[in-house]
Design a protein around this ligand. Structure first.
Ligand code: DGL
Length: 371
């Protein structure tokens, strides 16, 4: 667990950035989106890319250049991020908005909805050709996948983060931000679903997951591979085959909250009590992160059946990190569905949206087979 320094560091960092002529806002918990300055007309043919900042390590700061794991996430603002990479202006007209400035472990349904609605509003305008979202890496894949399911446009939406804070030797944030803007500005990035750009790789939000606590190459799509790479130029070499963005069934414009869906881990000697606790706390769905192919112990299955009888949707996923959880009559008889190839944290995102449309296990299974 990365220790987080207190705001004192933030204050010092703020002074450093102000001294360097960067305007920035010290760590703010919740800031309304500042209206982005009107983007200049595209006289030079460069596209307009909006950068929506949410915090994370990419906006992190530490007291020493050698601190790579102990820092304050969300310590600097979007203007400082942009001004640290002036080369961005060679690939796009950029303007920034600070949606929130938090560690992504604190990202929640309310902020997720606010971010996705802001993305959709911006993309409706001809003034926006693409969007980059800077985000903490811990839950980046959940936000990226939520956008993959809710963005109503084929314009590029790219999520970027970093594994080292902005103050560290070898900070990876500036190059990740530059690559993300370059990808969002690339005509070939249109229609590919929400993308995740870190470490010179372009990944699909549907396939990518964080696989390492601290390594720069932590984001991997082990089974389906990356969909592109960045090596000065951008090379797309794969496509994501699931429904996404413009083809989505899910609407969020009238939604002001998402159903509570919890994740329960399966392990030796587990029981039914965590299912009972989820039901009692008001969950409408449960994702079971089971061993192997979503296997349930008798005790866990008893808890799952009781949850279904209480009106919840229960989806079997897997704690293995890879592979497809397949439907199984042993579980289908109890109306338990299978997460297909979605890991538990992404299965939760899809089930939340599915429950805004239906509680029918058969329709829910169709969504897991399609998205
Ligand atoms: N606090 C973690 C987060 O914001 C730091 C991890 C990171 O951004 O790399 O996700």
């Amino acid at each position: 667990m990365k220790k987080q320094f207190m705001p004192f560091i933030t204050f010092i960092t703020a002074l450093l950035f102000i001294a360097a002529g960067c305007s920035q806002s010290p760590q703010a918990k919740e800031t309304p989106p500042r209206m982005a300055a009107a983007a200049p007309a595209k006289k030079d043919g460069l596209p307009n890319v909006k950068i929506l900042a949410t915090g994370g390590t990419i906006a992190g700061a530490a007291p020493s250049k050698t601190s790579a794991t102990e820092y304050t996430a969300g310590a600097i603002g979007v203007d400082a991020l942009i001004q640290a990479v002036p080369e961005i202006k060679e690939v796009a007209h950029v303007s920034g908005e600070q949606v929130v400035n938090i560690g992504s472990q604190n990202m929640n349904n309310e902020t997720l909805l606010k971010l996705a609605k802001r993305v959709n509003k911006l993309l409706k305008s001809d003034d926006t050709d693409g969007i980059v979202i800077t985000h903490g890496t811990d839950t980046l894949e959940e936000t990226a996948y939520f956008l993959n399911l809710t963005v109503k446009s084929d314009k590029p939406v790219v999520v970027a983060g970093s594994m080292r804070p902005s103050t560290a030797i070898g900070a990876d944030g500036p190059s990740n931000l530059y690559n993300a803007v370059k990808t969002a500005a690339a005509p070939d990035a249109k229609g590919k679903g929400t993308l995740v750009v870190l470490n010179d790789r372009i990944a699909s939000a549907r396939y990518v997951t964080k696989t390492n606590t601290t390594a720069a190459d932590t984001f991997k799509s082990e089974e389906m591979g990356y969909i592109g790479t960045i090596a000065d130029d951008i090379y797309f070499n794969n496509i994501m085959t699931r429904k996404h963005t413009k083809d989505t069934d899910f609407k969020i414009d009238k939604l002001d909250k998402l159903p509570q869906v919890d994740i329960i881990y399966g392990y030796q000697n587990d029981g039914s009590y965590l299912f009972e606790a989820a039901v009692k706390s008001g969950a409408q769905g449960i994702i079971f992160a089971g061993p192997g192919n979503g296997s349930m112990s008798d005790a866990a299955q008893k808890g799952a059946v009781k949850s279904v009888k209480s009106g919840l949707a229960v989806v079997r996923s897997t704690r293995t990190g890879n592979g497809t959880v397949t439907p199984n009559r042993e579980y289908e008889k109890d109306h338990l569905t299978a997460s297909n190839s979605l890991n538990p944290q992404k299965a939760r995102i899809l089930l939340m949206l599915a429950l805004t449309k239906t509680h029918d296990p058969k329709r829910i299974q169709t969504y897991f087979n399609e998205y």
